[in-house]
Design a protein around this ligand. Structure first.
Ligand code: BES
Ligand code: ZN
Length: 885
């Protein structure tokens, strides 16, 4: 481990990725499933029966299908009226999670067969497969619901199935439950009949849903529980938001209306009707991801669906909108047209991500979401992809533990950045035309990346595959070095692989990316230029003003000379650069300094020149740069750390005071966040007025004035009072974390707790994640605040070591959460010796399910350690010269 298992051996584009897959034998193909499930809320198991109609493709003597943790009671395989197998012939392979049924006779190719299993499953607590979730009913008693999370490979945990995205079939689902329960699935109800139950003998019903269209197993959903809903008819088919009965269902109103409008927008944009008879969206109290796009029944973490606009801030609202629009985009991209295997995951996630920004921008133009694309998505893509332990967008993955780990910034953010890049290059309208071709051609089918490029080529008349292929098949991205020749008025460009650790070996620098230059000059942007060779010269009219990567729609960093960077700083003030250009240029300069391509003093001077910057997004980047620097220096001498803090204060305080922290009803969406952010950063840098204001608001709040802290300031106020206060403040915030009305308020408080530095309070914070007070889905919340101070980082690491067995048990490798916890507990370290300790701890342990996260943490530490060694003196000198030290 920590030895970059994935890094440099990026796959050769001539290799066929499909060869590396581990899939079921292709002798039979499922056509239809008739599935009945009856959950038992007394002992948390369920009884199931599945009848699968199969097409026999090759002469068949055995049938293998996926199962995990299912107790199969009976098995029957028939072909025509002939019974060919029964229970005794089962063989289980734990490794591949398959059950193999040996047949007594051969079934001939071209015939049909029927496979029937009866089985018992567990309504588990792990948020995978068919699982249980709980909430407190109005009378205070705990109430359970049964719900599902199948993606990527847990449908096999719910029922025996051919659990691969390309094995699409039709499904008829029946759920049996107590009459007071609501039963939901992907489709609308076909029939409901009363039953005598096998389990309780009470008043039960069997709800059968209409047959689904052809679909993949990972998109199935079944839910049984006591639920409320609201409904809108603003879309062609009914749209509902469901929530457990303990929730104020009106908090679903915003998502409900948005969903109806979004579905209407998508079906017109895609020229493809939403094919199901209804759309339900439901808040689930225990949910491992943020949301899941099950066809016609989208499941959400409570905070990502329900919002009380009176108590939540603008960024929470934007996150809800993004999540809803992301999952609804999947109804086409993913659900209607599906990647043919998990190595094509980016086709799902990259597209849904891009599409959510696209639609959000149409619905809320005043939010200017694209301006923030660079600092959010592109930045996280470049950040992860600058590590040797990154991976190509299309990466071979076999088992669940590998598949789960690629739901990361590469699939989502680099994936959507690739789409943004090509959409800019072709023009958005042409791009959309290609998307419509793609959806039409592959509806109800499966695709590979090449199918998307073919559709885009078709629409544009350009060879899209030629320019895009490398971007999804190769790891990493380039840094483009710009040198200038004033005599010939030309620029010389050279591309090399960019690594944060700045130790690129020649064999890691062989890929030549097609780099779209997006050359901005006074004449406008030239979108046609590209660099596809190692180096080339480009002649300009003059060298007064130019910038590469206009709006940062290209996936690369640009390294200018120090003199050019200074001139660009001036150009920014003169209004020659867009918001994305300004933010992107700071981002590039920061990343290049952190990895040794430039001196860190250069970025400090650049940041200083941005003091009068008006745009929120640019300030987001400025503050992000300082916090990256301060966290890399978190274990260094107090004197330097204090000087950096002073620098931060000096840089941010004027803007913070200019904006103020009073809120008016007329404040726009961006302004609300801008005020909150500046209040927070200047406050963290110890602006006395702000710290005092935070305590004033907090004390009023403590004394019962529930509106004393504005929702957009809440996180910052908690952070400030906890890092400057003591036990009293902690008690109040803890009480909010446990008892506040909405999930958003509780989460904000829970996230802040770790800011308290007193050893006794650190201990109390660390007692929370594994206690009964914190749901499994929220483990990362209380620990994240601890990363803001050295005492916290060390305590967090000890906590992880001490509780490893428990963590491994609770967050077993099939979940992405173990990865997040490992990453949170290790990645804040900054020295080689820290890394040695991490390596020592994991030596000899299985790192299954989080090996990528671990390798990425180690790479990040290595990069920080090298940065500190390289620029420690440079920073000190700059801080002294500028009187911060
Ligand atoms: N398909 C994913 C949910 C998922 C994630 C399933 C990981 C299995 C493993 C869903 O569409 C998704 O991407 N959800 C995001 C929210 C979105 C707004 C980026 C999430 O869960 O964070
Ligand atoms: Zn998604």
């Amino acid at each position: 481990m920590c030895r970059h298992q994935y890094g440099s051996e990026d796959i050769n584009s001539s290799m066929d990725i499909t060869q590396a897959r581990e899939v079921l034998p292709k002798n039979v193909k499922p056509v239809h499933y008739d599935l009945t499930l009856e959950p038992n809320f007394e002992n948390f198991t369920y009884e199931g029966k599945v009848v699968i109609d199969l097409d026999v493709v090759e002469d068949t003597t055995s049938i293998s299908l996926n199962t995990i943790d299912l107790k199969i009671h009976s098995t029957q395989v028939t072909s025509g009226d002939q019974v060919i197998a029964s229970s005794s012939e089962l063989q289980y392979d734990e490794d591949t999670q398959t059950t193999k049924i040996s047949l007594s006779d051969t079934i001939r190719a071209g015939s049909k067969a029927k496979l029937t299993h009866t089985f018992t499953g567990i309504l588990n607590d792990n948020m995978t497969g068919f699982y249980r979730s709980s909430f407190k009913a109005q009378d205070g008693s705990t109430t359970y619901l049964a719900t599902t999370q199948m993606e990527p490979t847990d449908a096999r945990r719910a029922f025996p199935c051919f659990d691969e995205p390309a094995l699409k079939a039709e499904f008829t689902i029946t759920l049996i439950a107590d009459k007071k329960m609501t039963c939901l699935s992907n489709m609308d109800v076909a029939s409901e009949k009363e039953l005598d139950s096998k389990i309780t003998g009470g008043r039960r019903k069997a709800v059968t849903f209409n047959k689904t269209p052809l679909m993949s197993t990972y998109l199935l959903a079944f839910i049984v529980g006591e639920l409320n809903y609201i409904e809108t008819n603003n879309f062609r088919v009914p749209v509902r938001v469901y929530a457990p009965t303990d929730r104020d269902i009106e908090h679903g109103r915003f998502s409900l209306e948005l969903a109806a409008r979004t579905l209407d927008f998508y079906e017109k944009k895609f020229d493809s009707k939403f094919p199901l008879p209804k759309m339900d969206m439901i808040a689930i109290p225990d949910f491992s991801a943020g949301a899941m796009e099950n066809w016609g029944l989208v499941t959400y973490r409570v905070v990502d669906l329900l919002i009380d606009e009176k108590v939540s801030g603008a960024s929470t609202k934007q996150r809800v909108a993004e999540t809803v629009q992301h999952e609804l985009a999947h109804q086409w991209f993913g659900n209607l047209v599906t990647m043919d295997f998990w190595d094509g995951l980016w086709l799902n996630e990259g597209f849904a991500t891009w599409m959510s920004w696209y639609s959000c921008d149409v619905f809320y133009p005043e939010w200017k979401v694209w301006e923030g694309y660079m600092t959010d998505n592109l930045a996280s893509a470049l950040s992860l992809d600058s590590l040797r332990s990154s991976h190509p967008i299309e990466v071979p993955v076999k088992r669940a533990d590998e598949i789960n780990q690629i739901f990361d910034a590469i699939s989502y953010s680099k994936g959507s950045s690739v789409l943004r890049m090509i959409s800019k290059y072709l023009g958005e309208d042409v791009f959309m035309e290609g998307v419509r071709h793609y959806l039409k051609k592959h509806a109800y089918g499966n695709t590979q990346t090449g199918d998307l490029w073919a559709a885009l080529s078709n629409a544009s008349g350009k060879d899209v595959e030629k320019v895009m292929d490398i971007w999804t098949k190769k790891v990493g991205f380039p840094v483009v070095t710009v040198t200038e020749d004033a005599n010939t008025s030309s620029i010389h460009l050279k591309q090399n692989r960019f690594l944060r650790t700045a130790d690129v070996k020649p064999e890691e620098d062989e890929t030549l990316f097609p780099v779209f230059l997006g050359l901005r000059t006074k004449e406008g942007v030239n979108e046609d230029l590209a660099l596809s060779t190692r180096e080339a010269d480009f002649k300009l009219k003059d060298l007064d003003f130019f910038k590469l990567n206009a709006d940062h729609s290209g996936i690369y960093r640009t390294l200018y000379t120090a003199e050019r960077l200074r001139k660009l700083g001036i150009a920014a003030k003169d209004g020659l650069l867009s918001v994305e250009d300004r933010a992107g240029m700071i981002s590039d300069a920061g990343a290049l300094a952190a990895s040794g391509y430039q001196k860190t003093s250069g970025i400090l001077s650049l940041l200083e020149s941005f003091k009068s910057e008006p745009a929120f997004v640019v300030w987001q980047e400025i503050t992000a740069r300082i916090s990256v620097l301060r966290s890399a220096w978190i274990f260094e001498e107090e004197e330097v750390k204090n000087a950096l803090k002073k620098f931060q204060l000096d840089l941010t305080k004027d803007k913070a005071h200019e904006l103020g922290w009073e809120y008016k009803d007329t404040d726009g969406h961006i302004e609300q966040q801008f005020k909150g952010m500046m209040f927070g950063t200047a406050g963290v840098a110890k602006d006395e007025t702000i710290v005092k204001a935070a305590f004033d608001m907090f004390n009023k709040f403590k004394n019962g004035d529930s509106s004393a802290i504005h929702p957009n300031l809440r996180g910052s106020v908690y952070a400030l009072v906890l890092s400057n206060g003591g036990k009293d403040e902690y008690e109040v915030v803890l009480n909010e974390a446990l008892n506040a009305n909405t999930s958003d308020e509780r989460n904000t408080a829970m996230r802040a707790l770790g800011r308290a530095k007193n050893p006794e309070l650190i201990k109390r914070t660390l007692d929370l994640p594994l206690s009964e007070h914190v749901k499994g889905q929220d483990i990362y919340l209380p620990i994240s605040g601890l990363r803001t101070h050295p005492e916290g980082i060390k305590a967090l690491w000890s906590w992880m070591k001490d509780n490893w067995a428990e963590l491994e048990k609770r967050l077993f490798p099939g979940l992405t959460m173990l990865s997040s916890v490992v990453s949170i507990c290790t990645s804040s370290f900054t020295h080689e010796e820290h890394m040695k300790d991490i390596e020592k701890f994991f030596a000899g342990k299985s790192t299954k399910g989080f090996d990528r996260a671990l390798a990425q943490s180690c790479d990040a530490i290595r990069a920080k350690s090298a940065w500190i060694k390289r620029d420690s003196e440079d920073i000190k000198t700059w801080l002294k010269e500028h009187r911060y030290m």
